[in-house]
Design a protein around this ligand. Structure first.
Ligand code: AMP
Ligand code: MN
Ligand code: MN
Ligand code: MN
Length: 284
């Protein structure tokens, strides 16, 4: 059985390991087929690919694009993309460009509730300053003693309805899928279960509408097995995949040791009814 992982992050976005360290860790855990899927940035792919090949792994170029759909923030993973495809490069650049101003606003909003001066601290955690995001704020707020762990920072300050949450307009769903398809990739709806939990989550009807629109726009796969899904959600999204004729993907969404739901690889098998996404990937 090939061990695979089609969703993880390096310090090009909000992971803690360099692309080299990440690939080495994956290899050490037995992963044979790996996609690096940093948020809104493809700068880690060349390094990761070189190391992956040295270690005898199959490497898939990936990215995870931030999208605003209706009132929801979604993540769309692109697998098997050409990272040099100009509309993708330009699109990602545009998505990243709002992050600096958003970070400033987050810092201002946190200051209003007595958590002052966090901007510089958050940037210390952003290896790639263009990709400053909530996770970097969270790590700084843990280190400076405001909360015990990253999860608590999100719950207390950084999710919708909390004082440090700043609404943001990301890419449109159509643009994100279009860039991925144009770059020769497969578009995957990431961790759908996460959109259905919490106060501002979507219900079943909205999830069905999202899946229908995703397919209409050329989306081909959905994550069924991901670090943040429960066993019940594996089954639930396997059924959605069948209903909407989507391929099924599988990835840890690893961000770093001691911080993620799951470590790299060794994921549970996809449910039997699933057609795995690698059927649509050409491997190099
Ligand atoms: P951003 O793109 O700056 O909005 O940051 C999104 C990232 O924050 C996600 O990719 C996760 O890594 C992290 N994240 C979002 N929600 C949570 C949460 N509830 N707990 C821990 N990490 C989270
Ligand atoms: Mn992340
Ligand atoms: Mn995500
Ligand atoms: Mn992710």
């Amino acid at each position: 059985m090939l061990d695979y992982d089609f969703h993880c992050h390096s310090n090009i976005s909000d992971g803690t390991l360099t692309p080299t360290e990440l690939v080495q860790r994956a290899a050490g855990r037995g992963v044979k087929m790996l996609a690096l899927t940093d948020h809104d940035d493809v700068d880690g792919l060349a390094e990761a690919r070189t190391v992956a090949h040295e270690l005898g792994m199959i490497f898939i170029n990936g990215v995870e694009i931030s999208v605003t759909w209706r009132s929801h923030t979604l993540h769309i993973v692109g697998l098997g993309i050409d990272p040099d495809y100009p509309p993708l490069v330009a699109g990602l650049q545009a998505v990243r460009s709002g992050r600096g101003a958003r970070a400033q606003k987050m810092s201002d909003e946190l200051a209003k509730v007595g958590v002052g001066g966090v901007l510089a601290g958050a940037y210390q955690y952003a290896n790639n300053p263009n990709m400053i995001g909530r996770t970097h704020f969270a790590r700084y707020l843990v280190e400076s003693g405001h909360c015990k762990d990253v999860k608590s920072v999100f719950n207390r300050y950084l999710v919708k309805g909390k004082p440090g949450y700043v609404p943001h307009q990301w890419a449109s769903l159509g643009d994100a899928i279009g860039w991925i398809l144009g770059a020769g990739g497969v578009a995957v709806l990431a961790h759908p279960g996460r959109y259905m939990v919490g106060k501002h989550s979507m219900g079943k009807k909205t999830m069905q509408e999202l899946l229908a629109e995703f397919v209409e726009l050329g989306g081909q796969a959905v994550e069924v097995v991901t670090g943040s899904h429960t066993q019940e959600q594996y089954a639930e999204f396997a059924r959605y995949a069948e209903q909407f004729n989507l391929l099924a993907s599988c990835g840890s969404d690893f961000h770093g040791p001691n911080e993620s739901y799951r470590d790299l690889g060794r994921l549970p098998d996809l449910p039997m009814i699933c057609r795995p996404v690698w059927q649509a990937l050409s491997v190099h």
